[in-house]
Design a protein around this ligand. Sequence first.
Ligand code: PXP
Length: 251
Amino acid sequence: MTPNRIRLGLNIDHVATVRNARGGSAPDPVRAARQAIEAGVDGITAHLREDRRHVLDKDIWALGDLCNELNTPLNFEMAVTDEMIGIALKLKPHAVCLVPERRQERTTEGGLDVAGNTDQVGEATARLKAAGIRVSLFIAADAAQVSAASDIGAPVVEFHTGALCDTWRAGEMTLFNDEMRRLEWAANLAHEVGIEVHAGHGIDYDTVSFISKISQIRELNIGHFLIGEAIFTGLNASIRRMRYLMDAARL
Ligand code: PXP
């Protein structure tokens, strides 16, 4: 096994988005999750949104059962609301990732403002941690947010890599280099204060290599690109290629 191997979590929401476009039962996100686990992902990530636009309640329970059956971590992404905390405490996933949520957004834009909401995020983190759930905060690569995450005792942060990946694809190299420096710096800071570092959003076959070279990163959560690529190569092949690139970057 590659030294300092990074875990790969597959975000399964995008399968549910396609299913919901027709309102039926296909494609089934639980079947996709099973296939992804068989292909070697280390965990399944699913975001139950307030408006249930992709993952539905029945999916999250079925994904919980599947992950228990296959002994695979489920990373439950959720907004910091009483409703979601109640579901998480019943579901008892391996991990919860607290994210900001706005109805108008297409996807999770920006990170959670932990520094501006320490009471609310701190209380949610404490309740989830007390139930034995590993809590991760989805934040920007920013010193104030890392420091707030540390103050409230978050064991994990996931850095939002959306802007970094967009600047790479747009060929905006000065902005991309700034984003890379910010991520490297924040990953180091979080690691130094004892927080486990994850990253996610917008990652594809090109950007995964740069991000995987950051030695403090322990886990990546990737969805849209892998599910899209599965149209052309199949889910198994898209996951295996991503796994190969992650491992190659660490060598
Ligand atoms: N991590 C978090 C917290 C997210 O909200 C998302 C988007 O659903 C991802 C990772 C995966 O992003 P993408 O689908 O762009 O790969």
